[in-house]
Design a protein around this ligand. Structure first.
Ligand SMILES: Cc1cc2nc3c(=O)[nH]c(=O)nc-3n(C[C@H](O)[C@H](O)[C@H](O)COP(=O)(O)OP(=O)(O)OC[C@H]3O[C@@H](n4cnc5c(N)ncnc54)[C@H](O)[C@@H]3O)c2cc1C
Length: 409
Protein backbone atom coordinates (compact mmCIF):
# COMPACT_ATOMS: atom_id res chain seq x y z
CA UNK A 1 0.00 0.00 0.00
CA UNK A 2 1.33 3.40 -0.98
CA UNK A 3 0.99 6.32 1.35
CA UNK A 4 0.34 9.12 -1.08
CA UNK A 5 -2.91 10.49 0.27
CA UNK A 6 -1.40 13.86 1.12
CA UNK A 7 0.08 14.14 -2.34
CA UNK A 8 -1.18 15.10 -5.77
CA UNK A 9 -3.91 12.82 -7.16
CA UNK A 10 -3.72 10.68 -10.26
CA UNK A 11 -5.96 12.09 -13.00
CA UNK A 12 -8.25 9.63 -14.80
CA UNK A 13 -9.79 10.95 -18.02
CA UNK A 14 -13.10 9.22 -18.82
CA UNK A 15 -15.77 7.79 -16.55
CA UNK A 16 -16.80 4.69 -18.49
CA UNK A 17 -16.34 1.16 -17.19
CA UNK A 18 -12.55 1.40 -17.61
CA UNK A 19 -12.09 4.79 -15.96
CA UNK A 20 -14.28 3.99 -12.95
CA UNK A 21 -12.59 0.60 -12.49
CA UNK A 22 -9.19 2.34 -12.65
CA UNK A 23 -10.24 4.87 -10.01
CA UNK A 24 -11.30 2.05 -7.69
CA UNK A 25 -8.19 -0.04 -8.31
CA UNK A 26 -5.83 2.90 -7.66
CA UNK A 27 -7.50 3.98 -4.45
CA UNK A 28 -7.25 0.42 -3.15
CA UNK A 29 -3.49 1.02 -3.30
CA UNK A 30 -3.76 4.28 -1.32
CA UNK A 31 -3.64 6.70 -4.27
CA UNK A 32 -5.97 9.67 -4.54
CA UNK A 33 -7.84 10.02 -7.86
CA UNK A 34 -9.47 12.89 -9.66
CA UNK A 35 -11.71 11.58 -12.47
CA UNK A 36 -12.77 13.88 -15.32
CA UNK A 37 -15.76 12.88 -17.47
CA UNK A 38 -16.85 14.97 -20.43
CA UNK A 39 -20.57 14.14 -20.24
CA UNK A 40 -22.86 15.94 -17.82
CA UNK A 41 -23.60 12.63 -16.08
CA UNK A 42 -22.10 9.15 -15.83
CA UNK A 43 -24.04 7.12 -18.33
CA UNK A 44 -23.97 3.86 -20.28
CA UNK A 45 -26.04 2.90 -23.28
CA UNK A 46 -29.29 1.05 -22.46
CA UNK A 47 -28.15 -2.35 -23.72
CA UNK A 48 -26.66 -5.56 -22.38
CA UNK A 49 -23.06 -6.61 -21.94
CA UNK A 50 -21.56 -10.07 -21.50
CA UNK A 51 -19.06 -10.73 -18.73
CA UNK A 52 -16.60 -13.60 -18.96
CA UNK A 53 -15.21 -15.38 -15.88
CA UNK A 54 -11.96 -13.47 -16.34
CA UNK A 55 -13.58 -10.19 -15.34
CA UNK A 56 -15.21 -11.77 -12.28
CA UNK A 57 -11.69 -12.55 -11.08
CA UNK A 58 -11.05 -8.79 -11.27
CA UNK A 59 -14.37 -7.93 -9.57
CA UNK A 60 -13.22 -10.07 -6.69
CA UNK A 61 -10.02 -8.02 -6.39
CA UNK A 62 -12.07 -4.80 -6.50
CA UNK A 63 -14.64 -6.03 -3.96
CA UNK A 64 -17.49 -5.81 -6.49
CA UNK A 65 -18.53 -9.44 -6.97
CA UNK A 66 -21.66 -9.40 -4.81
CA UNK A 67 -22.88 -6.09 -6.20
CA UNK A 68 -22.44 -7.27 -9.80
CA UNK A 69 -24.06 -10.64 -9.07
CA UNK A 70 -27.13 -8.86 -7.69
CA UNK A 71 -27.87 -7.41 -11.14
CA UNK A 72 -26.52 -10.12 -13.42
CA UNK A 73 -28.26 -12.96 -15.23
CA UNK A 74 -26.34 -16.24 -15.26
CA UNK A 75 -27.18 -17.96 -18.54
CA UNK A 76 -27.36 -21.72 -18.86
CA UNK A 77 -25.69 -21.98 -22.27
CA UNK A 78 -23.98 -20.17 -25.11
CA UNK A 79 -26.00 -21.39 -28.09
CA UNK A 80 -25.01 -20.89 -31.72
CA UNK A 81 -27.45 -21.55 -34.56
CA UNK A 82 -27.10 -21.21 -38.29
CA UNK A 83 -29.03 -18.07 -39.28
CA UNK A 84 -30.12 -19.46 -42.64
CA UNK A 85 -31.19 -23.02 -41.79
CA UNK A 86 -32.09 -22.20 -38.18
CA UNK A 87 -30.33 -25.42 -37.08
CA UNK A 88 -28.40 -25.50 -33.84
CA UNK A 89 -24.65 -25.64 -34.52
CA UNK A 90 -23.30 -25.88 -31.00
CA UNK A 91 -24.12 -25.27 -27.36
CA UNK A 92 -21.62 -24.60 -24.59
CA UNK A 93 -23.04 -25.34 -21.13
CA UNK A 94 -22.18 -22.68 -18.56
CA UNK A 95 -23.20 -24.64 -15.48
CA UNK A 96 -21.13 -26.69 -13.07
CA UNK A 97 -18.48 -27.91 -15.53
CA UNK A 98 -17.77 -24.38 -16.79
CA UNK A 99 -17.62 -22.92 -13.30
CA UNK A 100 -15.45 -25.74 -12.03
CA UNK A 101 -12.97 -25.13 -14.80
CA UNK A 102 -12.85 -21.32 -14.75
CA UNK A 103 -13.76 -20.82 -11.05
CA UNK A 104 -16.09 -17.96 -11.96
CA UNK A 105 -19.38 -17.61 -13.85
CA UNK A 106 -20.37 -16.23 -17.25
CA UNK A 107 -22.90 -13.41 -16.88
CA UNK A 108 -25.13 -10.99 -18.77
CA UNK A 109 -25.86 -7.56 -17.35
CA UNK A 110 -27.64 -4.35 -18.28
CA UNK A 111 -24.88 -1.80 -18.93
CA UNK A 112 -26.38 0.99 -16.80
CA UNK A 113 -26.55 -1.47 -13.87
CA UNK A 114 -22.87 -2.35 -14.24
CA UNK A 115 -21.88 1.31 -14.50
CA UNK A 116 -23.94 2.10 -11.39
CA UNK A 117 -22.23 -0.65 -9.42
CA UNK A 118 -18.85 0.91 -10.28
CA UNK A 119 -20.09 4.45 -9.70
CA UNK A 120 -21.63 3.67 -6.32
CA UNK A 121 -18.41 1.95 -5.25
CA UNK A 122 -16.40 5.03 -6.32
CA UNK A 123 -18.77 7.38 -4.49
CA UNK A 124 -18.10 5.52 -1.26
CA UNK A 125 -14.34 6.13 -1.47
CA UNK A 126 -13.12 9.42 0.01
CA UNK A 127 -9.95 9.32 -2.09
CA UNK A 128 -11.97 9.64 -5.35
CA UNK A 129 -13.25 12.97 -6.65
CA UNK A 130 -15.61 12.66 -9.60
CA UNK A 131 -16.16 15.56 -12.00
CA UNK A 132 -18.67 15.68 -14.87
CA UNK A 133 -18.87 18.16 -17.79
CA UNK A 134 -15.06 18.20 -17.94
CA UNK A 135 -13.87 17.46 -21.45
CA UNK A 136 -10.10 17.20 -21.48
CA UNK A 137 -8.55 18.82 -24.54
CA UNK A 138 -4.86 18.89 -23.65
CA UNK A 139 -2.26 17.46 -21.28
CA UNK A 140 1.18 18.79 -20.44
CA UNK A 141 3.86 16.98 -18.53
CA UNK A 142 5.54 19.17 -15.95
CA UNK A 143 8.77 18.22 -14.13
CA UNK A 144 7.08 16.13 -11.47
CA UNK A 145 3.55 15.74 -12.71
CA UNK A 146 0.95 16.49 -15.39
CA UNK A 147 -1.62 19.18 -16.04
CA UNK A 148 -4.87 18.46 -17.87
CA UNK A 149 -6.71 21.32 -19.57
CA UNK A 150 -10.44 21.15 -20.15
CA UNK A 151 -12.64 22.71 -22.80
CA UNK A 152 -14.10 25.18 -20.33
CA UNK A 153 -10.68 26.55 -19.49
CA UNK A 154 -9.98 24.75 -16.21
CA UNK A 155 -6.80 22.93 -15.42
CA UNK A 156 -6.19 20.00 -13.11
CA UNK A 157 -2.80 19.09 -11.69
CA UNK A 158 -1.96 15.42 -11.19
CA UNK A 159 0.97 13.20 -10.35
CA UNK A 160 0.16 11.16 -13.50
CA UNK A 161 -2.68 10.76 -15.99
CA UNK A 162 -4.61 7.75 -17.28
CA UNK A 163 -6.51 8.18 -20.54
CA UNK A 164 -9.60 5.97 -20.22
CA UNK A 165 -11.43 8.07 -22.78
CA UNK A 166 -12.56 5.32 -25.12
CA UNK A 167 -12.40 4.56 -28.82
CA UNK A 168 -12.13 8.21 -29.92
CA UNK A 169 -9.55 9.00 -27.22
CA UNK A 170 -8.06 12.49 -27.11
CA UNK A 171 -5.27 11.28 -24.82
CA UNK A 172 -4.27 8.59 -27.35
CA UNK A 173 -3.66 11.30 -29.92
CA UNK A 174 -1.32 13.03 -27.46
CA UNK A 175 0.53 9.81 -26.54
CA UNK A 176 0.42 7.72 -29.75
CA UNK A 177 -0.88 10.12 -32.42
CA UNK A 178 -2.13 7.45 -34.81
CA UNK A 179 -5.24 9.21 -36.08
CA UNK A 180 -8.75 7.83 -36.28
CA UNK A 181 -9.74 4.24 -35.52
CA UNK A 182 -10.29 1.80 -38.39
CA UNK A 183 -13.82 1.31 -39.63
CA UNK A 184 -14.52 -2.44 -39.74
CA UNK A 185 -17.27 -2.23 -42.36
CA UNK A 186 -19.64 -3.83 -39.84
CA UNK A 187 -22.65 -2.12 -38.32
CA UNK A 188 -24.42 -3.05 -35.09
CA UNK A 189 -28.03 -2.29 -34.26
CA UNK A 190 -29.01 -2.69 -30.62
CA UNK A 191 -32.32 -2.61 -28.79
CA UNK A 192 -33.97 -4.05 -25.68
CA UNK A 193 -37.37 -5.68 -25.68
CA UNK A 194 -39.72 -6.35 -22.74
CA UNK A 195 -39.86 -10.10 -22.21
CA UNK A 196 -43.62 -10.15 -22.74
CA UNK A 197 -42.95 -9.25 -26.39
CA UNK A 198 -40.53 -12.12 -26.98
CA UNK A 199 -42.37 -15.22 -28.28
CA UNK A 200 -42.24 -17.88 -25.57
CA UNK A 201 -40.24 -20.52 -27.49
CA UNK A 202 -37.51 -17.91 -28.00
CA UNK A 203 -37.23 -16.96 -24.32
CA UNK A 204 -34.13 -18.98 -23.59
CA UNK A 205 -32.16 -18.45 -20.38
CA UNK A 206 -29.06 -18.44 -22.56
CA UNK A 207 -26.94 -16.25 -24.77
CA UNK A 208 -28.28 -17.29 -28.17
CA UNK A 209 -26.89 -16.20 -31.50
CA UNK A 210 -27.60 -16.98 -35.11
CA UNK A 211 -24.58 -16.79 -37.43
CA UNK A 212 -25.37 -15.95 -41.05
CA UNK A 213 -23.71 -14.74 -44.23
CA UNK A 214 -22.22 -11.35 -43.40
CA UNK A 215 -24.72 -11.01 -40.57
CA UNK A 216 -25.33 -12.33 -37.09
CA UNK A 217 -28.02 -11.82 -34.52
CA UNK A 218 -27.82 -12.14 -30.72
CA UNK A 219 -30.48 -12.31 -28.03
CA UNK A 220 -30.18 -12.77 -24.28
CA UNK A 221 -32.12 -12.02 -21.09
CA UNK A 222 -31.32 -9.12 -18.76
CA UNK A 223 -32.46 -7.82 -15.38
CA UNK A 224 -33.81 -11.02 -13.91
CA UNK A 225 -35.52 -11.84 -17.18
CA UNK A 226 -37.52 -8.60 -17.37
CA UNK A 227 -35.88 -7.58 -20.66
CA UNK A 228 -34.20 -9.19 -23.66
CA UNK A 229 -31.18 -7.64 -25.32
CA UNK A 230 -31.18 -7.77 -29.13
CA UNK A 231 -28.06 -7.19 -31.21
CA UNK A 232 -28.04 -7.36 -35.01
CA UNK A 233 -24.74 -7.06 -36.88
CA UNK A 234 -24.23 -6.83 -40.64
CA UNK A 235 -21.61 -5.81 -43.16
CA UNK A 236 -22.12 -2.36 -44.62
CA UNK A 237 -20.00 0.40 -46.03
CA UNK A 238 -22.23 2.98 -44.43
CA UNK A 239 -20.16 5.13 -42.11
CA UNK A 240 -21.13 7.78 -39.66
CA UNK A 241 -18.53 9.12 -37.33
CA UNK A 242 -19.19 8.55 -33.65
CA UNK A 243 -21.47 5.73 -32.72
CA UNK A 244 -24.62 7.18 -31.44
CA UNK A 245 -27.30 7.45 -34.07
CA UNK A 246 -30.51 5.71 -34.95
CA UNK A 247 -30.56 2.76 -37.34
CA UNK A 248 -32.66 2.27 -40.46
CA UNK A 249 -34.97 -0.78 -40.00
CA UNK A 250 -35.40 -1.12 -43.79
CA UNK A 251 -31.66 -1.69 -44.26
CA UNK A 252 -31.69 -4.19 -41.41
CA UNK A 253 -34.54 -6.25 -42.89
CA UNK A 254 -32.86 -6.25 -46.28
CA UNK A 255 -29.56 -7.54 -44.84
CA UNK A 256 -31.31 -10.29 -42.88
CA UNK A 257 -33.74 -11.25 -45.68
CA UNK A 258 -32.16 -14.73 -46.04
CA UNK A 259 -32.38 -15.46 -42.31
CA UNK A 260 -34.67 -18.05 -40.75
CA UNK A 261 -38.12 -17.17 -39.42
CA UNK A 262 -37.27 -16.70 -35.69
CA UNK A 263 -34.60 -14.13 -36.55
CA UNK A 264 -36.89 -12.18 -38.86
CA UNK A 265 -39.69 -12.38 -36.32
CA UNK A 266 -37.50 -10.90 -33.57
CA UNK A 267 -36.12 -8.19 -35.85
CA UNK A 268 -39.68 -7.17 -36.68
CA UNK A 269 -40.45 -6.55 -33.01
CA UNK A 270 -38.27 -3.47 -32.80
CA UNK A 271 -39.21 -0.15 -34.34
CA UNK A 272 -36.38 1.96 -33.05
CA UNK A 273 -32.80 0.67 -33.12
CA UNK A 274 -29.64 2.43 -31.99
CA UNK A 275 -26.78 2.09 -34.44
CA UNK A 276 -23.01 1.69 -33.94
CA UNK A 277 -20.41 1.80 -36.68
CA UNK A 278 -17.85 -0.75 -35.48
CA UNK A 279 -14.21 0.29 -35.35
CA UNK A 280 -11.00 -1.06 -33.89
CA UNK A 281 -7.27 -0.58 -34.30
CA UNK A 282 -4.38 -2.94 -34.89
CA UNK A 283 -2.58 -3.79 -31.64
CA UNK A 284 0.36 -1.65 -30.48
CA UNK A 285 2.82 -2.29 -27.66
CA UNK A 286 3.62 1.22 -26.48
CA UNK A 287 0.74 3.35 -25.24
CA UNK A 288 2.49 5.32 -22.49
CA UNK A 289 4.58 8.46 -22.50
CA UNK A 290 6.28 9.46 -19.27
CA UNK A 291 3.56 9.96 -16.66
CA UNK A 292 0.69 9.46 -19.13
CA UNK A 293 -0.80 6.11 -20.10
CA UNK A 294 -3.94 4.66 -21.68
CA UNK A 295 -6.43 2.04 -20.58
CA UNK A 296 -9.38 0.14 -22.08
CA UNK A 297 -10.63 1.12 -25.54
CA UNK A 298 -8.26 4.10 -25.63
CA UNK A 299 -5.31 1.65 -25.53
CA UNK A 300 -6.64 -1.36 -27.45
CA UNK A 301 -10.04 -0.88 -29.09
CA UNK A 302 -11.43 -4.17 -30.38
CA UNK A 303 -14.44 -5.48 -32.25
CA UNK A 304 -17.07 -6.97 -29.94
CA UNK A 305 -16.95 -10.53 -31.25
CA UNK A 306 -15.30 -11.99 -28.17
CA UNK A 307 -17.40 -9.80 -25.84
CA UNK A 308 -14.25 -8.66 -24.06
CA UNK A 309 -13.65 -4.89 -24.49
CA UNK A 310 -14.99 -3.96 -21.07
CA UNK A 311 -13.53 -7.08 -19.46
CA UNK A 312 -10.09 -6.09 -20.79
CA UNK A 313 -10.51 -2.53 -19.46
CA UNK A 314 -11.20 -3.87 -15.94
CA UNK A 315 -8.22 -6.26 -16.18
CA UNK A 316 -6.08 -3.26 -17.24
CA UNK A 317 -7.22 -1.32 -14.18
CA UNK A 318 -6.17 -4.06 -11.76
CA UNK A 319 -2.85 -4.65 -13.50
CA UNK A 320 -2.03 -0.93 -13.64
CA UNK A 321 -2.68 -0.43 -9.93
CA UNK A 322 -0.50 -3.45 -9.10
CA UNK A 323 2.38 -2.10 -11.17
CA UNK A 324 2.20 1.34 -9.53
CA UNK A 325 2.33 -0.31 -6.14
CA UNK A 326 5.17 -2.65 -7.14
CA UNK A 327 7.24 0.26 -8.44
CA UNK A 328 6.47 2.39 -5.39
CA UNK A 329 4.75 5.20 -7.23
CA UNK A 330 7.39 5.62 -9.97
CA UNK A 331 4.68 6.26 -12.55
CA UNK A 332 6.78 6.32 -15.70
CA UNK A 333 8.33 2.92 -14.88
CA UNK A 334 5.02 1.51 -13.67
CA UNK A 335 3.28 2.51 -16.91
CA UNK A 336 5.97 0.76 -18.98
CA UNK A 337 5.67 -2.35 -16.79
CA UNK A 338 1.88 -2.26 -17.08
CA UNK A 339 1.82 -2.10 -20.87
CA UNK A 340 4.51 -4.79 -21.08
CA UNK A 341 2.27 -7.03 -18.96
CA UNK A 342 -0.83 -6.30 -21.03
CA UNK A 343 -0.07 -5.79 -24.71
CA UNK A 344 0.20 -9.42 -25.77
CA UNK A 345 -3.02 -10.39 -24.08
CA UNK A 346 -5.01 -7.39 -25.29
CA UNK A 347 -3.41 -7.66 -28.75
CA UNK A 348 -4.43 -11.29 -28.94
CA UNK A 349 -8.03 -10.38 -28.11
CA UNK A 350 -8.00 -7.58 -30.72
CA UNK A 351 -6.73 -9.98 -33.39
CA UNK A 352 -8.95 -12.91 -32.42
CA UNK A 353 -12.04 -10.70 -32.27
CA UNK A 354 -11.49 -9.93 -35.96
CA UNK A 355 -11.02 -13.63 -36.72
CA UNK A 356 -14.23 -14.54 -34.87
CA UNK A 357 -16.07 -11.80 -36.79
CA UNK A 358 -15.07 -13.51 -40.04
CA UNK A 359 -16.06 -16.87 -38.64
CA UNK A 360 -19.50 -15.73 -37.48
CA UNK A 361 -20.24 -14.11 -40.85
CA UNK A 362 -18.87 -16.88 -43.06
CA UNK A 363 -20.56 -18.06 -46.24
CA UNK A 364 -20.06 -20.97 -48.66
CA UNK A 365 -17.40 -23.51 -47.76
CA UNK A 366 -16.25 -21.48 -44.76
CA UNK A 367 -19.77 -21.60 -43.34
CA UNK A 368 -19.96 -25.38 -43.80
CA UNK A 369 -16.58 -25.85 -42.19
CA UNK A 370 -17.46 -23.55 -39.30
CA UNK A 371 -20.63 -25.49 -38.54
CA UNK A 372 -18.82 -28.81 -38.81
CA UNK A 373 -15.88 -27.77 -36.65
CA UNK A 374 -17.92 -26.12 -33.90
CA UNK A 375 -20.70 -28.68 -34.07
CA UNK A 376 -18.29 -31.55 -33.47
CA UNK A 377 -16.85 -30.22 -30.22
CA UNK A 378 -17.57 -31.65 -26.79
CA UNK A 379 -18.08 -29.14 -23.94
CA UNK A 380 -14.57 -30.00 -22.68
CA UNK A 381 -13.08 -29.21 -26.09
CA UNK A 382 -14.98 -25.93 -26.14
CA UNK A 383 -13.68 -25.06 -22.64
CA UNK A 384 -10.14 -25.90 -23.76
CA UNK A 385 -10.45 -23.42 -26.63
CA UNK A 386 -11.48 -20.72 -24.13
CA UNK A 387 -8.67 -21.39 -21.68
CA UNK A 388 -6.40 -18.64 -23.02
CA UNK A 389 -9.14 -16.08 -22.44
CA UNK A 390 -10.95 -17.25 -19.32
CA UNK A 391 -8.34 -19.39 -17.59
CA UNK A 392 -6.21 -18.44 -14.59
CA UNK A 393 -2.80 -18.93 -16.10
CA UNK A 394 -2.27 -17.22 -19.40
CA UNK A 395 1.41 -16.36 -19.52
CA UNK A 396 3.00 -14.68 -21.44
CA UNK A 397 0.04 -12.35 -21.32
CA UNK A 398 0.53 -10.92 -17.87
CA UNK A 399 -3.02 -11.79 -16.90
CA UNK A 400 -1.96 -14.72 -14.75
CA UNK A 401 0.49 -12.43 -13.00
CA UNK A 402 -2.26 -9.91 -12.19
CA UNK A 403 -4.18 -12.61 -10.41
CA UNK A 404 -1.21 -14.24 -8.70
CA UNK A 405 -0.23 -11.03 -6.97
CA UNK A 406 -3.71 -10.39 -5.67
CA UNK A 407 -4.29 -14.02 -4.82
CA UNK A 408 -1.12 -14.02 -2.76
CA UNK A 409 -2.51 -11.42 -0.35
C1 LIG B 1 -21.96 -3.52 -29.92
C2 LIG B 1 -20.96 -3.70 -28.82
C3 LIG B 1 -21.07 -4.79 -27.96
C4 LIG B 1 -20.12 -4.98 -26.96
N1 LIG B 1 -20.24 -6.06 -26.13
C5 LIG B 1 -19.33 -6.26 -25.16
C6 LIG B 1 -19.46 -7.36 -24.26
O1 LIG B 1 -20.41 -8.14 -24.35
N2 LIG B 1 -18.50 -7.53 -23.29
C7 LIG B 1 -17.45 -6.65 -23.15
O2 LIG B 1 -16.63 -6.84 -22.25
N3 LIG B 1 -17.32 -5.60 -23.99
C8 LIG B 1 -18.23 -5.38 -24.97
N4 LIG B 1 -18.11 -4.30 -25.80
C9 LIG B 1 -16.96 -3.39 -25.64
C10 LIG B 1 -17.15 -2.41 -24.49
O3 LIG B 1 -18.39 -1.74 -24.60
C11 LIG B 1 -16.02 -1.40 -24.48
O4 LIG B 1 -14.80 -2.04 -24.70
C12 LIG B 1 -15.95 -0.69 -23.13
O5 LIG B 1 -17.15 -0.03 -22.86
C13 LIG B 1 -14.79 0.28 -23.13
O6 LIG B 1 -14.78 0.97 -21.90
P1 LIG B 1 -13.85 2.25 -21.74
O7 LIG B 1 -14.12 2.74 -20.34
O8 LIG B 1 -12.47 1.94 -22.16
O9 LIG B 1 -14.41 3.32 -22.79
P2 LIG B 1 -15.83 4.01 -22.90
O10 LIG B 1 -16.91 3.15 -22.38
O11 LIG B 1 -15.95 4.52 -24.29
O12 LIG B 1 -15.72 5.26 -21.91
C14 LIG B 1 -14.98 6.39 -22.23
C15 LIG B 1 -15.49 7.55 -21.39
O13 LIG B 1 -14.63 8.66 -21.58
C16 LIG B 1 -15.39 9.84 -21.78
N5 LIG B 1 -14.55 10.75 -22.58
C17 LIG B 1 -14.20 10.63 -23.88
N6 LIG B 1 -13.39 11.63 -24.24
C18 LIG B 1 -13.22 12.41 -23.13
C19 LIG B 1 -12.48 13.59 -22.86
N7 LIG B 1 -11.74 14.19 -23.82
N8 LIG B 1 -12.51 14.14 -21.63
C20 LIG B 1 -13.25 13.54 -20.64
N9 LIG B 1 -13.98 12.41 -20.84
C21 LIG B 1 -13.95 11.85 -22.07
C22 LIG B 1 -16.64 9.34 -22.51
O14 LIG B 1 -17.71 10.26 -22.38
C23 LIG B 1 -16.88 8.01 -21.79
O15 LIG B 1 -17.67 8.17 -20.65
C24 LIG B 1 -19.03 -4.08 -26.83
C25 LIG B 1 -18.94 -2.98 -27.68
C26 LIG B 1 -19.88 -2.79 -28.67
C27 LIG B 1 -19.74 -1.62 -29.58
Amino acid sequence: MLDRTAQTPVLVVGGGIGGLAAALALTRKGLAVELLEQADEFKEVGAGIQLGPNVFRMFEVLGLTDAVKKFAVFPENLIMLDAISGDEVTRIPLGEGFRARFKHPYALIYRPDLLNVLLEACRKVDLIRLHTSQKVIGVEETGDGVTARTQDGRSYAGAALIGADGLWSTIRQIVVGDGKPQVAGHITYRAVLPTTEVPEPLRRWSMTFWAGEKVHFVIYPLRGGELYNLVAVFHSSRYEEGWDSFGDPAELHERFAKSCAPVRLLLGKIESWRMWVLCDRPPIKDWSRGRITLLGDAAHPMLQYLAQGACMAVEDAVCLANKIEELQGDFASAFKAYQAARYLRTGRVQIMARVYGEFYHASGVARELRNMMLGGRTPEQAFESMEWLYGEDTSPTGYGRVFEREGAR
